[in-house]
Design a binder for this molecule. Structure first.
Ligand SMILES: Cc1cc2nc3c(=O)[nH]c(=O)nc-3n(C[C@H](O)[C@H](O)[C@H](O)COP(=O)(O)O)c2cc1C
Length: 229
């Protein structure tokens, strides 16, 4: 299995053109910016436009939300376009509004609901991966909330952004968590502060399935070529 280099989902950045640019320059998989399932269920055009895939660029559509009826409504009329590969659930958004609503990073501990959503997506014949943080805060991280989720959800792979929702993006990502993640036996993709070939090689040697690149791809969308190992 080849080590996968993935373009991170980024609002206002990873549109169709940006995803295609990164794919043509070495990214193995790309992700749409996050879209709210509540808007998709109502077929709101500004949201459905954000998940259009105009070509064969391998793309996962990232969904945020926790209401089963909204997923059901959206999925019942969803028609995959050319490059569509899978759905991805957002269990990482740190916005206080999301946390209050029990979505984004607050869903890391909502294992039953996450399982229901993943199973529903699979029932419609689609794959589902997960992008997550380590929990809302350090307490959840220490309690191993992220490991409980990885152990108990049957997703195709887990992208672990190794910070809690409370941590700012200038605080260093905690790469030590990946050993515990790998012990679950699941496919794990690392995310957070990855920008050099040396780091990618180190992650590959650890046994990770891939590395997801965000801000470094904004600085240089051609970086995937340099990072190929
Ligand atoms: C401008 C911007 C927008 C982002 N939007 C999303 C998003 O829509 N969904 C998501 O899961 N993460 C989002 N993120 C987080 C990134 O996907 C990634 O997890 C984070 O930037 C850490 O990776 P990096 O150090 O490689 O940038 C965003 C990050 C940035 C900088």
């Amino acid at each position: 299995m080849d080590f996968q280099l993935m373009l991170a989902p980024m609002e206002e950045v990873t549109n169709d053109a940006f995803r295609t640019l990164c794919y043509n320059n070495g990214a193995d998989m790309t992700f749409t910016e996050m879209v709210r399932v509540s808007n998709l269920a109502k077929a709101k055009k500004f949201e459905t436009d954000r998940i259009r895939i105009s070509n064969a660029t391998p793309t996962q559509i990232q969904l945020a939300g926790a209401k089963i009826n909204e997923y059901e409504k959206f999925l019942s009329s969803f028609k995959p376009e050319n490059g569509f590969k899978s759905f991805n659930l957002n269990l990482g958004c740190p916005s206080p509004e999301f946390i209050r609503q029990g979505i984004g990073a607050a869903m890391v501990k909502r294992i039953t609901r996450v399982n229901e959503i993943v199973k529903l997506i699979q029932k419609y014949g689609f794959e589902c991966s997960i992008k997550m943080r380590l929990g809302v805060n350090n307490y959840e991280k220490m309690k191993g909330a992220y490991l409980n989720l990885i152990n108990n959800v049957d997703a195709s792979f887990f992208i672990v952004h190794s910070r809690t929702a409370k941590q700012r993006s200038n605080e260093p990502a905690d790469f030590s968590v990946y050993y515990k993640c790998l012990d679950t036996g699941k496919l794990i993709v690392a995310n957070g502060d990855i920008k050099t070939r040396e780091k990618v090689l180190e992650l590959k040697k650890m046994g990770l399935y891939g590395a997801m690149i965000g801000r470094a791809a904004i600085e240089d969308p051609l970086i995937f070529k340099e990072l190929k190992v």
